[in-house]
Design a protein around this ligand. Structure first.
Ligand SMILES: Cc1cc2nc3c(=O)[nH]c(=O)nc-3n(C[C@H](O)[C@H](O)[C@H](O)COP(=O)(O)O)c2cc1C
Ligand SMILES: [Fe+2]
Ligand SMILES: [Fe+2]
Length: 394
């Protein structure tokens, strides 16, 4: 199946309803799409491939429009295998094609696949003419790997932005923003952004500023996952802009783990105090909430509170995994509250405190450590922590 986006420009991507976890980490309740585009002019250019298991479906999509052996250029904006693992298959058919990518991508291509095609390394803002249409390549490092670029069709003002402005969710024949439920797209794009691109928020901001500087017209944003934005191309850009700003949001997110409910009781007491003080609170139990949803509420939380029981002298494993995400993804959130319970020697909260101090976060006082069930004094501490949090969010 294919869709015409503009004269000679086609969507030829595929839906994945099969993969349970993207990167084997992030849930895909609505599937995901691997978008690929075909530009048919005097020369024929393919933009991106798709994930390997979908290659025959995708090559059929190409065949509906042109003979794939006639492809002149294979443009690879990003080398991650969700966009490139069909490259060896198309390379066996489009034997005369030239791969177009950045020098870093060239290096990666050789280490991933080493296909026997010609290559053309493009510099930032370099152009290729296809006859009537001009392709301009805009280097976009770390969106989402170091080698990434965008491809812009100047005459049609279509920006193929790869992972940037992407969303989870299969398209099911509704390829455009004016055909699809935007509330679902909003949820799935934010979950995608928080799971995949949190470490690179700065680069999203840079890319948006750069696009403004270049003054390029944008009639369509065509990412490599999720819908194509043609009715309101700036909608997704504005969302990404808002979601990646360095300023923190005015809410408190409590992320906690519990085995037998003592840490849960502390979490609920803290939540109640905060709600009574009028604070916007989000709560996630790490054993129930999916990690990408926890990330959505945590990455820019004005105050992030983490609660844990001690488990073999460490934080509860799923809390520890979350805190390692905070570290690896270099969250903007940096004001931290901590609480937890233990049975004898403790260590869970202590390890969390060390970890956050190492990350140069501000850890709010009091840090609440309770031996099993809270006493009156510890309940007072919860109130103190809550009022400090409320003050921070004013
Ligand atoms: C598998 C397991 C390992 C534990 N390891 C420790 C430990 O190393 N040190 C400690 O002080 N308490 C340890 N505890 C006790 C718990 O930290 C304590 O009971 C805590 O209050 C449980 O909180 P929860 O009810 O929220 O699960 C452990 C408990 C369990 C079930
Ligand atoms: Fe990627
Ligand atoms: Fe991707």
């Amino acid at each position: 199946m294919h869709r015409e986006m503009a004269k000679g420009v086609y969507y030829i991507g595929v839906d994945d309803h099969h993969t349970k976890l993207f990167e084997n980490l992030w849930e895909l309740p609505f599937g995901v799409s691997y978008n690929s585009y075909l530009i048919v002019d005097e020369k024929i250019a393919l933009v991106e491939t798709v994930k390997g298991p979908w290659s025959s479906e995708w090559i059929e999509n190409i065949r509906e429009i042109v003979d794939p052996s006639k492809i002149d250029y294979i443009i690879l904006n990003h080398m991650e295998p969700d966009h490139t693992s069909s490259l060896p298959d198309i390379a066996r058919i489009a034997k005369n094609a030239t791969m177009v990518y950045t020098s870093k991508a060239s290096d990666m291509q050789k280490s991933f696949y080493d296909v026997p095609l010609k290559e053309k390394i493009v510099e930032d803002l370099e152009e290729i003419s296809l006859g009537g249409k001009t392709l301009k390549f805009v280097h976009a490092p770390f969106l989402h790997w170091p080698e990434t670029m965008f491809t812009y069709i100047a005459e049609d003002q279509i920006l193929m932005s790869c992972d940037a402005f992407g969303a989870f969710g299969a398209l099911n024949g509704r390829h455009f923003d004016d055909e699809i439920d935007l509330d679902l797209v909003e949820m799935e794009s934010r979950r995608y952004l928080s799971a995949i691109i949190t470490s690179y928020f700065k680069f999203v901001q840079k890319a948006i500023a750069r696009a403004k500087d270049l003054g390029i017209g944008l009639k369509m944003i065509a990412p490599s996952h999720g819908p194509i934005y043609r009715e309101h191309p700036m909608w997704i850009v504005e969302k990404y802009d808002e979601w990646t700003r360095p300023e923190l949001e005015k809410h408190c997110t409590i992320v906690y783990g519990t085995m037998y409910g003592y840490t849960h009781r502390l979490a609920m007491k803290l939540k109640k105090e905060l709600v009574d003080m009028g604070v916007d609170v989000r709560v996630h139990n790490v054993s129930y909430s999916e990690m990408s949803k926890i990330l959505v509420d945590s990455v820019r939380a004005g105050v992030l509170v983490v609660g844990t029981p001690t488990y073999d002298a460490f934080p509860f494993p799923k809390v520890w995994a979350f805190v390692n995400e905070v570290k690896g993804k270099r969250f903007p959130a940096n004001v931290i509250g901590l609480f937890g319970t233990y049975g004898w020697g403790g260590g869970g909260v202590r390890k969390l405190k060390e970890m956050f101090e190492e990350m140069r976060c501000e850890v709010l006082e009091p840090v609440i450590r309770v031996k099993a069930r809270p006493t009156d004094d510890e309940e007072r501490q919860v109130k103190l922590l809550a009022s400090d949090i409320a003050k921070r969010l004013k």
